[in-house]
Design a protein around this ligand. Structure first.
Ligand code: PLP
Length: 479
């Protein structure tokens, strides 16, 4: 199924997965085969409006099937849960080859696992990448990528309109390892250019900023990054591949919190790194030594060994293997199931969110509403250009009563749950200035698009009339 360098030979059908079981052949067991139609494909659009990015099958079909196939030993239709730490070696030769990365296969589940591999294939397929790595959380994916790309003395240039946890990671966690965080105005493309220098490890943006919901001009940021020889690293959590596939717009690497819409039911924390296979690491070999001449593997050049999935394999062998941030097999198994309905949920989230945004826009207790699908939204044009099939499930809203009214809205809704997550089937509400972004200075909050009055709504897939009635009751009481 795979060429000697581990890369797929030609495209698949977007459905077949690794057989994973029964067969003692390492190539079958490895689970890191990407011959599931992640590459190539004939483009085109499926009936639901989502573009087809691989193998010719529609996005919805691939949400259900990509990366998995019936178990060849038992006939089990659902991918088995491989709850194991380790995998027996045939002999010492095979063991040595696996440790030296000369052969591919599972050794220990902190590095790889067949259940995670199924999830990784599905994510690779949906994003249109060359390989993926499932991690314990979104933050673990960010940490793995940063470990591989940046060393002490380097810097990261990031849009300001990002998740508070990412802001804190870059400013306080990466900083402890000598990495300098340079935040720029998300929509000021000259500012990215000015901030990048020869020590810039990567440029970072979110497709839809949390919680500002700003969508930058992804292609423009990619051009700026590439002109300086730097990869563009995109957090696609709020869009998911159902709405946006950043690799189609110049991104080199994508990360996601699968905790949100990808899983969709709020039971499971997880994350992923996806490799676009596009960045020419070898041209910058000295700077990206973890990818090009890995010191932990006797100078092994991952670009020669793994081809267009060099980055994600470096993240596996140097990131999760050393940092311990692998996802648990059970969590991957759960997320695979959740992803089967991603395309359907995405439609309903977006439909409901647009209706709720329109209702809020007309309510006298509301000072302002931000939803990428509204013409009034500051980056509506970018959202129209980069998001397909809807504008997502998130709304930011400011009440006339300001900070206090925002906090009270969170306490007084009944259907909407007041909690930290987003992307659940259930409607969720939070007040970022007093919670998710509270550890940031007010100036940094403002730069991230967090105003004191902002309330973040993650609109669920309930009947929209019930969501509106819940909000309306609280807003009417506030007047
Ligand atoms: N990226 C965004 C946009 C998020 O909203 C979050 C979490 O809320 C993360 C990344 C981090 O993901 P996780 O909570 O899975 O670590």
């Amino acid at each position: 199924m795979t060429a000697s360098d581990g890369r797929p030979e030609g495209g698949g059908n977007g459905i077949d997965g690794d057989s994973n079981g029964g067969d003692r052949g390492r190539s079958e067991r490895s689970g890191r085969d990407t011959s599931n139609g992640a590459h190539g494909g004939d483009g085109g659009s499926s009936r639901n409006g989502f573009a087809s990015v691989g193998g010719g099958r529609g996005f919805g079909t691939r949400c259900v099937h990509a990366g998995t196939a019936p178990d060849p030993t038992t006939g089990a239709r659902v991918p088995p849960l491989y709850q194991t730490t380790s995998y027996t070696f045939e002999d010492t030769e095979e063991a040595a080859a696996l440790y030296a990365l000369e052969a591919e296969g599972d050794v220990y589940s902190r590095i790889s696992n067949p259940t995670l591999a199924a999830l990784e294939r599905r994510l690779t397929d949906l994003e249109g990448g060359t390989g993926a790595l499932a991690t314990a959380s979104g933050m673990a994916a960010l940490d793995c990528a940063t470990l591989v790309l940046a060393a002490a003395g380097d810097n990261v240039v990031s849009a300001s309109s990002i998740y508070g946890g990412t802001h804190a990671y870059l400013s306080h966690t990466a900083a402890r390892r000598g990495i300098d965080a340079r935040f720029v105005d998300t929509l000021d493309y000259g500012a990215y250019e000015d901030a990048i220098d020869e020590d810039t490890a990567y440029v970072h943006i979110e497709t839809i900023g949390n919680p500002s919901l700003v969508t930058p001009d992804v292609e423009r940021v990619a051009e700026v990054a590439h002109a300086a020889g730097v990869p563009l690293f995109v957090d696609n959590t709020f869009a998911t591949p159902a709405l946006c596939r950043p690799f189609e717009h110049g991104a080199d690497l994508v990360w996601e919190s699968t905790t949100k819409w990808l899983h969709g039911s709020g039971t499971t924390v997880g994350g992923a790194l996806i490799d676009g296979g596009t960045f020419p690491w070898a041209e910058y070999g000295e700077k990206y030594s973890e990818v090009c001449a890995n010191p932990a593997f006797g100078g092994l050049d991952f670009t020669e060994r793994f081809g267009d999935r060099a980055f994600v394999e470096a993240a596996r062998q140097r990131g999760v293997r050393s940092l311990g941030g692998a996802q648990s097999p059970f969590d991957a198994w759960q997320t695979l199931q959740g992803m089967e309905t991603l395309h359907l949920r995405t439609e309903r989230h977006a439909e409901n969110a647009l209706a709720v945004a329109e209702f809020l826009e007309g309510h006298p207790a509301v000072a302002w509403v931000s939803y990428p699908g509204l013409e009034s939204h500051e980056t509506h044009a970018n959202a129209e250009r980069y998001l397909e099939g809807g504008f997502g499930g998130m709304i930011a809203v400011g009440l006339e009563g300001g900070y206090e009214a925002g906090k009270r809205l969170c306490e007084e809704t009944e259907l909407a749950s007041f909690l930290a997550n987003v992307g659940d089937a259930k409607t969720l509400v939070i007040h970022p200035a007093s919670t998710t972004h509270a550890q940031m200075s007010e100036a940094d909050q403002r730069a991230s698009g967090v105003t004191p009055d902002l309330v973040r709504l993650s609109i669920g897939i309930e009947d929209v009339a019930d969501i509106v009635a819940d909000l309306d009751r609280v807003l009417e009481e506030k007047r």
